[in-house]
Ligand binder design. Structure first.
Ligand code: HEC
Length: 524
C-alpha cells in the first residue's frame, strides 16, 4: 500500500502515456519477463510469487450504475476510446484517439462518449504492468495478438450460455472450448466498417498526424482499445441484479429488523442509499449534476466532497489517499478539487455542475482518503471487504462501524476528522452501540441482498470456465516461478450450477470452501 504502482492504467508520471507509438518505433510484441527473486517484491525463500495489486477488486455486477468506477473514481464517466482518463487524455495528448475512415482518407478523431465509465475502467488493467501486461506495451500490440485468435480459446463455453446461445453459429462442438471464428470476425459483426475497413498499416505521431507504412498497425489494431472498452461495457450492462429477497418482498423477519437498523440507528443509508445501496450510483448524477456536495465535518467546519465518496477511516489517510489523488497529467481526480481550481480561475478537464447550498465557496475539501461507496447488493458473496480487503466477514465490518471506525491517536495522526482540518473522516462514523440482536439482524439484512441467480452463476451471470489462482505447489518451474495451483470454476449455462449436491455458492462467500467439489484443480 502507499506506493503508487502502475496498476489499472495509472501511468508513471513523467513517462509518456502508452497511447500509440511514434512512426518507425517498434513495439515489443512479446515482452521478456524475468523471475529474479532479488528484484521481485513478492518472493519468499528464494521463490517468486504472483504480484498482488494494492486494492481489493470491486464487483462488476450493477457497476454500470456507477457514475465513475474504481475505488478512487479514476475510471472517468467519459470514455475516450483509449484509456481510463476521459477528456483529460484528449486535452493532454494529440496522439489519443481512434482512426476513422472519412471521405478523403483515414483520420485521427478524439472520442468523448458520456456515461461510459465501464468502458473507461475496462481499458485500464490491460496495459498495467502490475496486472496484465509487460511495461510499455501499446494497446495495438494487444490487438495484434488477439485479432487473429479464436475468442475464449482456452476456456470451456457452456452450450446453453445465455449470451452465446443467442448466436448458435458461434458455439463449437464438444468439448466446447472457445467460440468459432476470431476476434476480428466479432469486431466486423459489431462495429461500423469506418472503424476497421481501411487496408494498410498506420502510425500516429505526437501531433496526431497519421502516416501510412513505416511499421505501424492496421486500423483494426489501432482501434482495438475502443472495441475492447465498448464491448466489455455492453456485456457488463447486462449484469443487473435485481431479484433478491429485498426486491421481491420475501425478506425474513430478522432481515426486516436489520433493514430498520440500517436505515435507522445505524445511519448506514446516509451513504448506502437508493436502489443500489450506494450514493455513488445516483441517477441524479447523470450529466454531471449533484457530483459535489458540502457537509459539516467533525470539527464543525464545512467541507466540499465528491458525492458517493467518503473517508470512513478504514486505514490512515496517508497510506492511500483515494480520490484525493491525481491522474497521470497532474489533474486532481476529485470534482471538488477541480471546482476549487475553477473558483481560482483555472481550467479543468471534466464537465460538472457547481455544487448548490450554503458555504459552497469554502475551499476546504474532504476528499483525501475517501473511497467510492460500494453497492451492497450480493455483498455476502464477496469477502474480503473494503478497498484494502481488510475485513474477512460482514460481522467484522459491522464491528468496525459499531466502534466508530478505526480511531488512532488524537490530533493530526487522528483518522476521525475531529482534528482541525487534519483529517477527513466522515462525521457519520461514530459509536453506534449495536447490541447482539442488531448485529445479527444487520447481517441478515445484508444477506437478503443476494440475488440467487448471482449465487448460482445462472443467466445473465453465467460464464465460460475461469481459472482462479488458489495458492502454490512446492514445485519450481524452469523459468524461476513457483508453480501455481489453479482451481477451474466450471462453465455454467443459463440454468446455473448443477442442481445436484450443493448447487450454489454459500451466502458467506467462501469460494474455495464448501464448493471445492465443483472445481477441477491443475498445477501450472
Ligand atoms: C459515511 C458514509 C458511510 C456510512 C455511514 C456507512 N458506510 Fe459502509 N461504506 C462506505 C464506504 C466509503 C465504504 C468503502 C470504504 C473503504 O473501502 O475504504 C463502505 C464499505 C462498506 C462495506 C464493504 C463493502 C465491500 O464490498 O467491500 C459494507 C458491508 C458496508 N460498508 C456496510 C455498511 C453498514 C452496515 C453501515 C451502517 C452500520 C455502513 N456501511 C455505513 C461508506 C459508508
Amino acid at each position: 500500500m502507499g506506493s503508487q504502482g502502475t496498476y489499472a492504467g495509472l501511468f508513471i508520471p513523467g513517462q509518456p502515456a502508452p497511447v500509440n507509438l511514434a512512426p518507425g518505433q517498434q513495439a515489443p510484441t512479446e515482452c521478456q519477463v524475468t523471475y529474479d527473486p532479488a528484484n521481485n517484491p513478492f518472493h519468499a525463500n528464494g521463490n517468486v510469487y504472483r504480484k498482488v495489486p494494492p486494492r481489493n477488486t470491486p464487483t462488476n455486477i450493477n457497476a454500470v450504475f456507477n457514475y465513475r468506477n474504481f475505488w478512487d473514481g479514476r475510471a472517468n464517466n467519459v470514455f475516450n476510446g483509449v484509456n481510463p482518463f476521459g477528456v483529460r487524455t484528449n486535452l493532454a495528448s494529440k496522439q489519443a484517439g481512434v482512426l476513422v475512415d472519412v471521405s478523403g482518407g483515414i483520420q485521427l478523431q478524439q472520442l468523448a462518449i458520456a456515461n461510459a465509465s465501464l468502458a473507461s475502467q475496462s481499458v485500464g488493467p490491460i496495459l498495467s504492468d502490475g496486472e496484465m501486461s509487460c511495461t510499455n506495451r501499446a494497446f495495438a500490440d494487444v490487438g495484434r495478438r488477439l485479432i487473429t485468435t479464436p475468442p475464449l480459446a482456452n476456456q470451456a463455453v457452456h452450450p446453453t450460455d445465455s449470451l452465446f446461445k443467442q448466436t448458435p453459429s458461434l458455439l463449437v462442438a464438444p468439448p466446447h472450448n472457445g467460440l468459432t471464428g476470431t476476434y476480428a470476425d466479432l469486431i466486423r459483426a459489431a462495429f461500423d466498417p469506418k472503424y476497421w475497413d481501411v487496408k494498410g498499416k498506420y502510425s500516429v505521431d505526437a501531433n496526431g498526424n497519421v502516416t501510412k507504412g513505416n511499421g505501424g498497425y492496421t486500423q483494426m489494431e489501432q482501434n482495438f482499445s475502443m472495441f475492447w472498452g465498448l464491448a466489455i461495457q455492453a456485456y457488463e450492462s447486462l449484469l443487473i441484479s435485481d431479484q433478491s429477497p429485498f426486491d421481491t418482498g420475501t425478506m425474513a423477519a430478522d432481515a426486516k429488523r436489520g433493514e430498520g437498523v440500517f436505515t435507522g440507528k445505524g445511519h448506514c443509508a446516509e451513504c448506502h442509499n437508493g436502489p443500489l445501496l450506494t450514493n455513488a450510483a445516483k441517477t441524479s448524477q447523470q450529466g454531471g449534476s449533484d457530483v459535489i456536495r458540502s457537509m459539516q465535518m467533525g470539527d464543525g467546519g464545512v467541507a466540499l466532497y465528491d458525492t458517493g465518496f467518503y473517508n470512513i477511516g478504514v486505514r490512515p489517510t496517508g497510506e492511500d489517499i483515494g480520490i484525493g489523488g491525481t491522474d497521470a497529467f497532474g489533474n486532481p481526480l476529485s470534482f471538488s478539487q477541480e471546482y476549487v481550481a475553477v473558483l481560482q480561475g483555472q481550467p479543468v478537464p471534466d464537465s460538472f455542475a457547481p455544487p448548490t447550498g450554503a458555504n459552497i465557496r469554502s475551499s476546504r475539501v474532504a476528499v483525501d482518503g475517501a473511497f467510492k461507496v460500494p453497492t451492497l447488493r450480493n455483498v455476502a458473496l464477496t469477502p474480503p471487504y473494503m478497498h484494502n480487503g481488510g475485513f474477512a466477514s460482514l460481522e467484522q465490518v459491522i464491528a468496525f462501524y459499531n466502534r466508530g471506525g478505526n480511531r488512532q491517536n488524537a490530533g493530526c495522526g487522528d483518522t476521525t476528522g475531529f482534528g482541525a482540518n487534519c483529517s477527513n473522516v466522515d462525521p457519520e462514523i461514530e459509536n453506534r452501540s449495536f447490541n447482539q440482536q442488531d448485529v445479527s439482524d444487520l447481517v441478515a439484512f445484508l444477506k437478503s441482498l443476494t440475488d440467487n441467480r448471482v449465487a448460482c452463476h445462472a443467466g445473465p451471470f453465467d460464464h465460460p470456465s475461469i481459472q482462479l489462482p488458489n495458492g502454490y505447489s512446492s514445485a519450481l518451474l524452469p523459468d524461476g516461478r513457483t508453480a501455481e495451483v489453479l482451481s477451474i470454476l466450471p462453465a455454467t449455462g443459463s440454468g446455473g450450477l448443477p442442481a445436484s449436491g450443493k448447487p450454489c455458492f454459500p451466502n458467506a462467500g467462501n469460494l474455495f470452501g464448501d464448493l471445492q467439489s465443483a472445481f477441477t484443480t491443475i498445477t501450472r
